[in-house]
Design a protein around this ligand. Structure first.
Ligand SMILES: [Zn+2]
Ligand SMILES: [Zn+2]
Length: 282
């Protein structure tokens, strides 16, 4: 039975590989279907579909939208959206614009710490409109200030660190409705990010479902067996779809592989049909 990978990032957001290169890796990993889920942008889709057609890999439209629920960031994945929808595209453009307001403020903070870098250098390195902290991290690596993206986040860029600047983000309910407005299925990404106690988690998931959430990313590169089981139970309890993916980024997360995560990820192919059926109904 084949595997799928419904969470991948390309050079169109903060990944380091082009869509066609990811498709090549996916084929080597035995992936039969995938979704590119770049942050706030869907520009990878045409190249991914073309490469997928050549390699016999199904490519679903996807996106990942960051949201803020009052306690922390939650990421909402969108699948099978009508990616040409003008309302969706203008909403994604607004999210990217908020990145361009935030990033120069981060650069100012880093400069105040004595680091020599400019936002123009970050823009040149990023080659995309969806510029984020991982691009700043990569520039810090290239300049020798840090040796890994993780170190850049731990020392400068993560929440609570001296280079951190908050970004204006939609609520989870807004992100979900934007995806649904474009006939997509909204899925809670890497649910370990939810800052709720074990006891409060079911009510939290129920509230998201009431807002239109369609699924949970049960299978994920860093999930323990226990976490996978827990999220699978939650999905069953609330009648939510089960999805999964590696969250591959290339250089920014060098321990994560397409299709296989840290080596033990296998997202079953059988999850694809229910997702597509749900999208067809929406
Ligand atoms: Zn995410
Ligand atoms: Zn992601």
């Amino acid at each position: 039975m084949g595997r799928i990978d419904l969470h991948l990032h390309t050079t169109h957001s903060d990944g380091s590989l082009r869509p066609a290169d990811i498709l090549t890796l996916a084929q080597k990993a035995g992936v039969t279907a995938l979704a590119i889920t770049d942050h706030d942008i869907m520009d990878a889709l045409p190249e991914a579909i073309e490469a997928g057609n050549q390699l016999g890999i199904e490519v679903l439209p996807g996106v990942e939208i960051s949201s803020f629920d009052g306690k922390g960031e939650l990421h909402i994945l969108g699948y099978c959206l009508n990616w040409r929808d003008e309302t969706l595209q203008s909403r994604l453009a607004l999210l990217r614009a908020s990145r361009h307001r935030r990033n120069p403020l981060i650069i100012e903070r880093l400069q105040a710490l004595g680091l020599e870098l400019t936002y123009a250098e970050v823009r040149a390195l990023a080659e995309t409109e969806s510029v984020g902290r991982p691009h700043i991290a990569r520039l810090l690596m290239e300049k020798g200030y840090v040796t890994s993206a993780k170190e850049a986040f731990d020392r400068y860029l993560a929440e609570g660190r001296p280079g951190y600047v908050a970004r204006e983000l939609p609520t989870p309910a807004e992100a979900i409705s934007w995806i649904r407005d474009a006939q997509g299925v909204a899925v809670l990404a890497h649910p370990t990010w939810v800052k709720e106690s074990d006891n409060a988690l079911p009510a939290f998931v129920r509230a998201l479902k009431d807002n239109g959430l369609g699924g949970i990313e049960v299978h994920y590169s860093t999930h323990t067996q226990q976490q996978t089981t827990r999220f699978l139970e939650l999905a069953k309890q609330f009648g939510l779809l089960v999805t999964g993916g590696s969250d591959f980024h290339g250089l920014t997360k060098p321990d994560i592989e397409v299709g296989a995560g840290r080596g033990n990820l296998k997202v079953p192919e059988q999850l694809l049909a229910p997702l597509k059926e749900a999208a067809a109904r929406s």
